[in-house]
Design a protein around this ligand. Sequence first.
Ligand code: SF4
Length: 226
Amino acid sequence: MAVRSFVGEARRRVGPKRQRIRPIIERLAVEHADAKIALRFASPLELLVSVMLSAQTTDVSVNRVTEKLFQKYRRPEDYLAVPQEELERDIFQTGFFRQKAKALRGTMRMIIDEFGGEVPERFEDLLRLPGVARKTANVVSAERGAAAGIVVDTHVRRLSQRLGLTRQEDPVKIERDLVKLVPREDWARFPHLLIWHGRRICDARRPLCEECPLALDLCPATRVRA
Ligand code: SF4
C-alpha cells in the first residue's frame, strides 16, 4: 500500500503524461541529438535483412555479419541461389541461424513472387512476409519515412513504464498507448530517443538519474529528490 501511494504521489508531482510527452521528446532530442538506428544498410532490402537478423542479438553483431553478407547477397534471388546450409553459415554469428535463414528465404521468395523483387512499402504487406513480425515491420517502415506505429523493444518498454507513459507489459498494448500519446511526426524518432537514453543514462539496474534531463520534473521514477 505504501508503495502504491508513493507511486501515486510521484505521478501527481510530475503531472499528466499528455502534458509531459512533448517536453520529454524535446529534452531527449537535445540530449541524444545523434540518436538513430545503429544497423548499417544501403537499401530497403539490406534494411529488411538487417532488422530480421537483429532478433535476439546486438546491432554490433549484425553489422559485423552484414558487412560481408551484403557483398555476396545483393538481390532477393541471391538468397535462394545457395543451399540453405550455406546461408545458415553466412549468418551463423547472429544466432538462431536456422530459423533466420528459413525466414530470409521465405521472405525473398514472396518478395520475388508477389512484389516484383522489391521490398513492399505497405505495412500490411511487410507483415505478410515470413518471419516479419510487427516490430520488424515497424522498424522498416519508420526508416523508410512512413512510420505506421512505434517500435517497442526492451528499452522502449522499460522507459515508457518508468516515465509513466504506460502501465502495460505487453509490447502490442504498450505501442497502443504510445501511438495515442506521441505526436505522429515523432513516431519514427521516439523509439530511438528512448533506446539511446536507455543505453546511455537510464540503465535497467542503475539509472543515472543525477545526469538525466528528465529527472527533476518529468520522470515519476526519478531517484533524485528535489
Ligand atoms: S530520471 Fe532516472 S529513472 Fe527517470 S528517466 Fe531519468 S534516468 Fe531513468
